[in-house]
Design a binder for this molecule. Sequence first.
Ligand code: PDD
Length: 282
Amino acid sequence: TTAFVNGDFLPLESAAISPMDRGFLFGDGIYEVIPCREGRMMAFTRHMSRLQDGLDAINIDNPMTTDDWHTCLEKLRRSAAADDCAIYLQVTRGPASTRNHKYPATSEPTVFAYSYSIPAASDGAPSTATGLRVITGRDRRWQRCNIKSVSLLGNVLHLMEGVEAGVEEILLFNDRDELTEAAACNVFITDGDRVITPPLDHQKLPGITRSVLIDLMRRDGGWNIEEAIITRQQVRRADEVWLTSATKDIAPVIEVDNRSVGDGTPGPLWSKAQTLLYRHRF
Ligand code: PDD
């Protein structure tokens, strides 16, 4: 596997950064995961714009132009063995001279990127779907989850709550029992023909899969798509529950807290939505 570190391409095994890197010491950095499907990077512009928002939010200068990023990531994509892969990239504040919470006014950001293979995309046919099982829990992460920070301990611990319960993910609810997101995905539910996802705020990552899907549904017409608060009760009564992420596309949830969602198989709206995403990616 080829890695990119601060301007150089080299084998991942020989890539190295300083232990004084603020990304390592403080989780002081921003990351992106860009899906590549059938040998094409998906929604590159949206990913670049979210990266810029994250860097702006924590006051790191973007060390590369969009063109540089594109050239670099395309090279990593071409070096990947699989047509379906994810490109991971992170920009940290770089190495510190001594450990101090306070960061200097200027620093040399550290850039790291590499690609790894992910499962092939489903075309939306029910036979190609893997239904996921999830539990629910209280969202105990920080109040700035809209920033795609490399500090993911809160998400890691939440995901492990699911793993320890024998399931794949966890749906998180805030103190008012409103759905925020999952440990590493955004969430959609359906109720009859309504497709609902929570509105964006500081409690959720503005997922690119989420935004692409909403735009496709609005453009396609015939969808009843809303961004609205979702209560725990609505999740319990939902006909369908979906998780979205760069690496999962739209994944149907077939069980929440040991109870079947609908009839316990991926639903018809999931199938239609995944087909829409599959056919009209941009
Ligand atoms: N995770 N919410 C959280 C907390 C996430 O970590 C992710 C993505 C999403 C979905 O965002 P997108 O559609 O842009 O991938 C929502 C990535 C894939 C990860 O950390 O590996």
